[in-house]
Design a protein around this ligand. Structure first.
Ligand code: SF4
Length: 362
């Protein structure tokens, strides 16, 4: 199997995966931690995690005769990132930030296609073998198996880190019934005494190093949370309309990491800056046309417009008031409530602004 293992790795690299390693199919190292994390309620409203918690114990829940887990990583770091440049032509007080992983096409589709191509190639080489591709959507503790496969270490921000790529990469897996030669696990940590990610988190979502309370995480609030965002966290969302990169942006391992080379994952579809007024005016059809094949689809129109209203409230620019006043008549109560909150906040900041000159200009 050694020769086949080497050739699988070569093939994975050819398909565009910068990282590839192989872990044995055993119990997941972090299963107990997952159970404790769920019991503490840190998953918030992500009930699907609790419903399928036991399935995370071992990859046999995905493939009964699994022997090996091929873990791959693909870099999505943008070649240019307008979020970090206030001189960027798109930047203004009326724009919001999108996490850079979400600025391109839906990574599930891109990675699934590559993993399926890899599986098809393996099945030509080993015709009786069986396997399944996994990208976020099956109960596999991917980061555990990635560390086991030698891909990197857990940063204090809970992300997997590679010395060359930093942490801006997606993970994917192929679970196989082939007993391949496995890699040594990544046993060292290279965070040292650094605590930048923990200190920089706007919502204090890290209870401690390596421990994230998702209920406070801006990514959870803007993507997974289907109900109203708690008021005490809204101002801390700052300008993030979908996801958040703060704990990765401050990480020294990301400062000099290489940009991604897969064009479909570059932040060129949605971009990392969006016009908030445009977002807040999107109809269902317009939302579908613009975001159907991007990661932003997950928030649905209601979540994205709720977030846009909150970020406009945080921006405090009175030019947003007319569009926010339109949004308080939206059919979705979540959007109405967020728009009302934003209006109240902007008016309180500007004094009793009812209609400004800027309003009349729009
Ligand atoms: Fe580790 Fe520092 Fe990066 Fe956090 S910011 S993951 S502590 S190196």
């Amino acid at each position: 199997m050694n020769a086949l293992t080497d050739r699988i790795k070569e093939r994975a690299h050819t398909l565009g995966f910068e990282l590839v390693g192989i872990a044995p199919a055993t119990d997941a190292d972090g299963f107990t931690h997952l159970q404790e994390w769920l019991q503490k309620g840190c998953a918030g409203e992500m009930d699907y995690l609790s419903r399928h918690a036991d399935a995370h114990r071992h990859p046999e829940s995905i493939l009964p005769d699994v022997k090996s887990v091929v873990m791959v990583g693909i870099n999505y770091k943008p070649t240019t990132d307008t979020r970090n440049s206030e001189l960027g032509t798109q930047y203004s007080e009326l724009t919001g930030h999108v996490s850079c992983y979400a600025g391109g096409l839906d990574y599930h589709d891109v990675i699934r296609d590559k993993l399926k191509a890899l599986l098809a190639w393996i099945q030509e080489e080993a015709p009786d073998s069986r396997g399944r591709a996994v990208i976020d959507t099956a109960p596999l503790l991917e980061r555990d198996f990635a560390r086991r496969a030698g891909l990197g270490w857990f940063g204090k921000n809970t992300m997997l880190i590679d010395k060359k790529l930093g942490s801006f990469f997606f993970l994917g897996a192929l679970v196989l019934d082939l007993a391949l030669k496995t890699d040594d696990p990544f046993e060292t940590s290279h965070c040292g005494t650094c605590t930048r990610c923990l200190d920089a988190c706007p919502t204090d979502a890290f209870v401690a190093a390596f421990q994230l309370d998702a209920r406070r995480c801006i990514s959870y609030l803007t993507i997974e949370l289907r109900s109203s965002i708690p008021e005490d966290l809204r101002s801390k969302m700052e300008n993030w309309i979908f996801g958040c990169d703060v704990c990765q942006d401050v990480c020294p391992w990301n400062r000099k990491s290489l940009a991604g080379s897969e064009p479909l994952l570059q932040a060129t579809v949605t971009g990392t800056q969006v016009d908030l007024l445009e977002i807040l005016r999107l109809s269902d059809e317009q939302f579908r046309a613009r975001f159907r094949h991007t990661p932003i689809w997950r928030a649905k129109r209601v979540g994205l417009l709720r977030n846009a209203a909150i970020v406009l409230g945080n921006r405090g620019d009175a030019r947003a008031l007319p569009v926010l006043r339109e949004a308080v008549t939206d059919a979705e109560p979540l959007i109405r409530e967020a728009a009302h909150w934003a209006i109240t906040r902007i008016e309180a900041r500007d004094g009793s602004v009812i209609q400004t000159d800027a309003d009349r200009c729009l």
